[in-house]
Design a protein around this ligand. Structure first.
Ligand code: ZN
Length: 150
C-alpha cells in the first residue's frame, strides 16, 4: 500500500509542476469559476462542448498542489468524453473522496482518479481535490452562481 501511496504522490506532484491543459480556451461555450475559501484555491474551467461531447477542456487558476493537480488530471480524463460520462465521473470522484473510509473502493473502476483516494483521510483536503469537479459540474449545468466548496 505504501508503494501505491508513493506512486499517487508522484502523480500529484507531477501534475502540480506541469499542469495539463493549463490555458484559456478562447472560443469556449461553457465556463465556470470555482473557489475554495477554506484553502484559498481558485479555478476557472473552460469547455468547448459540441453535440453533447467535450471537445476541449482547460483550466487556469491558483491554489495548492492538490487543487491544481486535481484540475489537471480531471481535464485529461474528461477530454473527448460525453457530458453524461463527465457527470458520472463527477459522481464517482465525489463518492471516492467522501465515503466513509472503511468502505472499500475499487481503484480499477476509477482509473487515474484513484490517486486522490487518499484525501479521504484529510477532510480539509477533500475540498481542494473536489473543487475542479464542482466547477466543471457547474459549467456543464450552466449554473449562474460561481461554484464553491462551501
Ligand atoms: Zn487547497
Amino acid at each position: 500500500m505504501s508503494d501505491l501511496r508513493e506512486l499517487y504522490q508522484e502523480v500529484i506532484l507531477d501534475h502540480n509542476k506541469k499542469p495539463r491543459n493549463f490555458r484559456v480556451i478562447e472560443n469556449a461555450n461553457r465556463h465556470a469559476d470555482g473557489h475554495n475559501p477554506l484553502c484559498g484555491d481558485n479555478v476557472s474551467i473552460y469547455l468547448d462542448v459540441e453535440d453533447g461531447m467535450i471537445k476541449d477542456i482547460s483550466f487556469v487558476g491558483s491554489g495548492c498542489a492538490i487543487s491544481k493537480a486535481s484540475a489537471s488530471l480531471m481535464t485529461t480524463v474528461l477530454k473527448g468524453r460525453s457530458i453524461d460520462d463527465a457527470e458520472a465521473a463527477f459522481q464517482k470522484f465525489h463518492d471516492m473522496v467522501t465515503v466513509e473510509s472503511d468502505e472499500e473502493i475499487d481503484p480499477d473502476s476509477l482509473g487515474k482518479l484513484a490517486v486522490f483516494s487518499g484525501v479521504r483521510e484529510f477532510p480539509a483536503r477533500v475540498k481542494c481535490a473536489s473543487l475542479a469537479w464542482h466547477t466543471v459540474h457547474a459549467a456543464l449545468n450552466a449554473m449562474e452562481e460561481p461554484a464553491t466548496t462551501e
